[in-house]
Design a binder for this molecule. Structure first.
Ligand code: PEP
Ligand code: MG
Length: 526
């Protein structure tokens, strides 16, 4: 029988998982592409939508069929496709050209005198979204629940679409412990290792991922190596926690959670202060999702309703740079620009406008705050606030319920951290130490792992200086540093009192806080 092969790797998320391998990518295989094409993609999406509607019409009653027939008629109307085509010629991306054309039509219907015409607006909204769904394409194929994903790297959307409740793990040839999938895996307690180097495994080969020791074990003979007893799940702390948390010397501390997948809102128990960071980019798989206001509204509404009276901070799409979005490369002027975060949103305001409307409408369902990603200059906040004001006005004209949320910023660009007193327009600040660390160290995010400890003193010093510039506004930290008890004394000493961490990190941070004084020193007897 073949000897098991043990490969040393880096632990990206603790825990141990065994299961059959799912080999996602053969060496040298072309990466899967979800790019959205041009006009022909729109024609195809319209055809798909018509097919879906015809199918729906088959079993429908007479009234529903009337509506569906009207929708099909609109989709077949050449003037709609022509208007979209004209926008595309004027340099608009297919998705936003479609949205703008249909929104103009919806606007006309909503402004009509006749009640019957106004009622048609929602039918057009429906086909707008149906075509957007078809443009978004078929999601990347899922893999069998319980298996160990083996590949060069993994897309966040693939992680998010997968059912992890049956176990399983991730072993990546390359990857990084600071990458976005590693972050998602830690948040969901999915064992993961990275940097194994390439190895050959066939689909179904038994594999063990040891996220505690940082290893992957291959059993070529088809037998699994007996796995050690499963790692003890962290005990739920809801029984022993009250909602209030204090340091040993009695200073109140807020502990919130970061969520990536909207379903993680279910981890918000009574002891959690709220959601300190929802990374909204993980709720959109393609540019067509980013153009879909209703889809985003439904996601944000669910999170806010579940949070009840606790605050929820949703960060606007942090896309671009190392966070690609399928279809983004097709937007004029963006393919090589390297824009990311708020600069990308301001360069392509059609993306920001859709999200602003969804957020403004969602705000009536809970205690929403909106956070801007990768802010570098104060005028970026002014421009985004103006965009929110314009969209709020439009919603008002359409008599759609909405509320203006407080708008704050991530502090994750060193120049912004140094100049925080210049950001008077921000309602609050949250430190993003993941990006702050890489930019301070002049290193790529994927390369900084090994030196993160060496850079930490510089990050802590910068945080301490920046906290002094916040002029009494609410301040929190939502980068990974907040979830590492090792850095807690330094973060408390820097003056931070609000920590937002992945749900799985909360118990460890909570017990660390109780054992420390507010100045970061160890409590007597600890
Ligand atoms: C950060 O940079 O610390 C942060 C919280 O943002 P993200 O990890 O999503 O880049
Ligand atoms: Mg960041």
């Amino acid at each position: 029988m073949a000897e098991p092969l043990r490969l040393t790797a880096k632990s990206a998320s603790p825990g141990i998982a065994s299961g059959p391998a799912f080999v996602a990518e053969r060496p040298n295989a072309a990466p899967a592409s979800r790019a959205i094409g041009g006009y022909s993609a729109l024609e195809k999406a319209i055809d798909i939508s018509i097919g879906e509607l015809e199918h729906l019409a088959d079993g429908a009653d007479a009234e529903s069929r009337d509506i569906i027939d009207f929708q099909i008629e609109v989709l077949r109307d050449p003037t709609i496709a022509e208007a979209t085509g004209a926008r595309m010629e004027a340099d608009e991306n297919v998705v936003f050209a479609w949205v703008a054309t249909l929104d103009a039509y919806i606007g006309e219907l909503e402004a009509a005198d006749e009640e019957q015409m106004r009622a048609r607006a929602v039918d057009i909204l429906d086909i707008k979204n149906r075509v957007l769904g078809a443009l978004a394409g078929t999601p990347i194929a899922d893999f069998p629940p319980g298996s160990v994903f083996v590949g060069k790297d993994m897309e966040p959307s693939r992680f998010l679409a997968h059912d992890w409740s049956k176990g399983g793990g991730i072993a990546l040839f390359a990857g990084s412990t600071a990458g976005h999938v590693a972050l998602l895996a830690r948040a969901k307690s999915v064992p993961m290792v990275v940097g194994t180097g390439r190895f050959s495994a066939a689909d179904g080969d038994p594999v063990r991922v040891d996220g505690d020791a940082g290893a992957v074990v291959l059993m070529a003979g088809g037998m699994l190596i007996p796995a050690p007893a499963p790692a003890q799940a962290p005990a739920s702390d809801t029984q022993t926690e009250s909602g209030e948390l204090r340091t040993a010397d009695g200073v109140p501390i807020l502990l919130s959670i970061n969520i990536n997948d909207p379903a993680e809102i279910d981890a918000l128990d009574p002891a959690t202060a709220g959601v300190g960071l929802m990374r909204s980019e993980f709720s959109v798989a393609t540019i067509a999702d980013a153009a879909n206001e209703e889809r985003q509204l439904a996601i944000y509404r669910r999170v806010l309703e579940q949070a009840g009276d606790r605050p929820v901070t949703i960060r606007m799409l942090d896309i671009g740079g190392d966070k690609p979005l399928a279809g983004l490369e097709n937007l004029p002027a963006l393919s090589t620009s390297g824009l990311r975060g708020i600069r990308l949103l301001l360069a392509r305001p059609e993306i920001a406008r859709v999200q602003a409307r969804a957020l403004l409408r969602a705000a009536v369902f809970g205690r929403l705050s909106v956070m801007l990603p990768m802010v570098t200059f104060p005028d970026e906040i002014d421009r985004m606030r103006e965009l929110f004001r314009e969209e709020a006005e439009k919603l008002g004209r359409r008599a759609l319920l909405h509320r203006m949320p407080p708008i704050g910023m991530m502090v994750e660009v060193p120049s912004a951290a140094l100049m925080l007193d210049a950001f008077g327009a921000a309602a609050f600040f949250s430190f993003g130490t993941n990006d702050l660390t890489q930019y301070l160290a002049a290193s790529a995010r994927d390369d900084i792992d090994a030196d993160a400890g060496k850079v930490a003193p510089a990050v802590l010093r910068l945080l301490a200086q920046a906290v002094k510039l916040t002029a009494g506004k609410p301040v929190s930290i939502c980068g990974d540093m907040a979830g590492n008890p090792h850095y807690l004394p330094g973060l408390l000493a820097a003056g931070l009192r609000h920590f937002s961490v992945a749900p799985a990190r909360r118990p460890a941070i909570r017990s660390a806080i109780i054992g420390l004084n507010a100045d970061g020193t160890r409590a007597a007897g600890e």
